[in-house]
Design a protein around this ligand. Structure first.
Ligand code: ISE
Length: 334
């Protein structure tokens, strides 16, 4: 039996998730779509034969919906996730889980009181073949201890909603999650360094974010949301006996007009297409009774707590500490 997915948000990410669920994820169908723009909800729903339900809370409670994908704006994530928990329905919520660590903790309490993991967060990089191979290389042990994790995250142009602050809370949050996951460690301190700002975009861009991890490694992340030339995500992990890096994830290298090179996509969707597909497939498997997959609500909380410390550092110019609450038993296993 296919899982009937209710999709909230028919924007860039919602449309992409619907496409994967309809074309390349097995065992699922988009049964209903909700978006304040009814026209675009209808367009996405028509692609899969689903219904349009105007109110997202009605969609969550609807009997035709078994599980929910939340791809609406960040401030809606908390109330909609709580509504999914109240209805006892599994939910894949796009990052961030909520806009403050206090709100994340409220969600964690609500999930813990159901006694089961119903929430997966859309930190899709955990499913990217490159990052998975990096983690496998580190776990093999030959590289020794991780010392430095260099990250670069560049967008061609910033989304209209991007500010100096949500460059940390919405964009760098991917680096926060992937660093915790790769290093199997937590961040204890965050320092944001703002170089001279690009004249494009009117915000503090780029930023360099340093995370001091509890086991002693340091993560440096360059976040540049108006890099102009394309979407580019890089990473190199420096260890005691060698390094492991992502290689450019392109199929071809072109030589033309006295130049040689490879292209960059305009945004993250082509770069992380395999990751988005595999993330959804793993979620559907967990909805069908398999073990929880991907990032948990706890991971969502930890990433938002790092972002909050980053915002404090951005405002003060000083290093800020990350004070995580004790991890509830529900989140002790992966
Ligand atoms: C967007 O929301 C994403 O999740 C992308 O992966 C990221 O590169 C972009 O900066 C965010 O705005």
């Amino acid at each position: 039996m296919a899982v009937n997915v209710g999709l909230i948000g028919a924007g860039v990410m919602g449309t992409d998730h619907a496409r994967f669920l309809t074309t390349s994820v097995g065992g699922a169908r988009v049964a209903a779509v909700s978006d304040p723009d009814t026209g675009r909800a209808r367009e996405v729903a028509d692609g899969s034969g689903g219904a349009v339900i105007d109110d997202p809370v009605d969609l969550i409670g609807d009997d035709r919906v078994d599980a929910v994908v939340i791809a609406s704006p960040d401030p809606t994530h908390k109330p909609l996730t709580l509504a999914c928990l109240a209805a006892g329905k599994p939910v894949l919520c796009e990052k961030p889980l909520a806009t403050s660590s206090g709100d994340c903790l409220e969600i964690i309490d609500a999930e813990a009181s159901t006694g089961r993991r119903l929430i997966q967060i859309g930190f899709m990089r955990r499913f990217d073949p490159g990052y998975v191979a990096m983690k496998t290389a580190l776990a093999a042990g030959d590289l020794g201890a991780a010392l430095i994790f260099h990250c670069v995250h560049r967008n061609a142009t910033a989304a209209s909603y991007t500010t100096s602050e949500n460059l940390i809370a919405n964009t760098a949050v991917h680096e926060f999650d992937i660093a915790r996951w790769l290093l199997d460690d937590e961040a204890e301190r965050v320092t944001v360094v703002s170089p001279r700002a690009s004249s494009l975009g009117g915000m503090k861009d780029p930023q360099i974010i340093l995370l001091h991890m509890t086991a002693g490694s340091v993560v440096d992340a360059e976040i540049f949301v108006n890099a102009q030339y394309g979407y580019d995500v890089r990473a190199e992990l420096v260890c005691e006996h060698g390094t492991v890096s992502l290689t450019p994830p392109n199929d071809i290298q072109l030589r033309h007009a006295a130049r040689e090179g490879f292209g960059h996509p305009e945004d993250w969707r082509p770069r992380f297409a395999a990751a988005y597909r595999d993330e959804l497939q793993a979620w559907i498997a967990s909805v069908k009774g398999g073990p929880p997959a991907g990032a948990s609500a706890w991971d969502g909380y930890a990433a938002t707590a790092i972002a909050e410390a980053g915002l404090a550092s951005l405002a003060s110019g000083a290093t800020a500490s990350v004070d995580l609450q004790p991890r509830p038993a529900l989140y002790h296993s992966p």
